[in-house]
Design a binder for this molecule. Structure first.
Ligand code: FES
Length: 379
């Protein structure tokens, strides 16, 4: 490895490959540099500047997510100037809207007592719905930033609730543009963009119409990447379903045969939210469709069948599994004896797993002795 492949971060040498940014090299080597607008796999926009670092020889601080590593670069990731810049950015973001997790009643308490106090106020409707699961809150805590002496600006725009899936609270938006990148470069849907100018800037759909009247397909990619509480699912983590009460369970989506990996948020044995299993997890690599992300109310539906039903004298009657399986086996044998194996067939489904489809064809071929196997996409 030649000297031309090396940069120095906080006095330590690290190799890089051409095309990597300073942030890529730092994160690959477990060096903490905070990010807000950065979305892996999309074009860096340098919008938030929370990732700034000091590069020797550069006139200003440099956004590490957008700066390519170059040979011999000497970088300071936590110098006094860098820390001050990050604190200023966080403070400006906190004061630019309704981020009440880090500003409520804070006067003379130390930071930890202050944060614990916000838990006491947990039933307040106005407390941010993503308290405890917010990147801006994490950074405010890490850098001990409050807005104690800053005037707070009111949001000009009302909360948008006019669709069944996504709630948009513009007062909590930090205009990082992650949602726009996700919509444009990950989903390639182009439903949202920055609109207006200066202090009026807002993320808009189409010509600033509600999402339901735009090209939005409600895949929820924007919600997944939003680092704050600006975009949340409608049935979201309200006061009584705080982040820390929720159990995460990894599973596979059952809506089609792609096998998207997802993570269920479960509280009191009930699904209260779904996210992807992560950007590095194939095959969906962080994306889900509207059905996978929001179509989960059927799981707890009281209308689901929980016992087998056998038609007796024209009426569906509840039975035990043993009775139902004996009944089916007897009827299949009768049909086979009377009309032969090829009078029967097995329909499976694109919604079940490969393993279940394998078992279905095995049952058809080895037990029923027929090759009549197909699938019905609508099952
Ligand atoms: Fe680098 Fe926002 S994360 S500018």
């Amino acid at each position: 490895m030649g000297k031309e492949d090396i940069i120095y971060i906080d006095d330590n040498p690290f190799t890089f490959t051409p095309g990597e940014t300073i942030l890529d090299v730092a994160h690959r080597n477990n060096i903490f540099i905070p990010t807000l607008c950065h979305l892996k796999g999309t074009t860096p926009t340098g919008a938030c500047r929370i990732c700034v670092v000091e590069v020797e020889g550069a006139r200003d601080l440099v956004a590490s997510c957008a700066a390519p590593a170059t040979p011999g670069m000497v970088i300071h990731s936590e110098s006094k100037e860098v820390i001050n810049a990050r604190k200023n950015i966080i403070q400006l973001m906190l004061s630019s809207g309704n981020h009440n997790c880090a500003i409520r009643d804070f006067e003379s308490d130390d930071w930890t007592s202050f944060q614990l106090k916000t838990l006491e106020a947990d039933q307040y409707n106005e407390l941010c719905p993503v308290w405890g699961d917010c990147k801006l809150q994490d950074l405010a805590y890490r850098y001990q930033v409050t807005t104690r002496h800053m005037p707070l600006s009111e949001s000009k725009y009302p909360i948008e609730r006019e669709n069944p899936f996504i709630q948009r609270d513009f007062s909590r938006c930090i205009l990082c543009g992650r949602c726009v990148q996700a919509c444009r470069e990950v989903q390639v849907n182009n439903a949202i963009d920055f609109g207006y100018r200066g202090a009026d800037t807002k993320i808009i759909a189409g010509t600033d119409v509600p999402l339901k009247n735009s090209d939005c397909v409600f895949c929820g990619e924007c919600v997944e990447v939003c680092p704050v509480g600006a975009l949340i699912p409608k049935e979201s983590l309200k006061a009584k379903t705080r982040f820390e009460d929720i159990k995460k369970t990894r599973t596979t989506c059952s809506f089609c045969g792609v096998g998207c990996q997802m993570e269920l948020s479960v509280q009191d044995n009930k699904i209260v939210g779904i996210n992807s299993a992560g950007r590095d997890v194939a095959p969906n690599n962080g994306s889900l469709c509207v059905k996978g992300r929001y179509g989960y109310d059927f799981v707890a539906s009281p209308k689901r069948l929980t016992t087998p039903l056998i038609k007796k004298e024209g009426k569906l009657t509840e039975s035990t599994w043993d009775e139902a399986l004996d009944f089916v086996a007897t009827r299949l044998n009768e049909i086979k004896d009377r009309s032969g194996s090829d009078s029967m067939g097995v329909l499976t489904s694109a919604r079940v797993t490969n393993e279940e489809n394998y078992i279905a064809q095995k049952f058809a071929r080895a037990v029923l002795k027929t090759n009549n196997v197909d699938h019905c996409a609508r099952l």
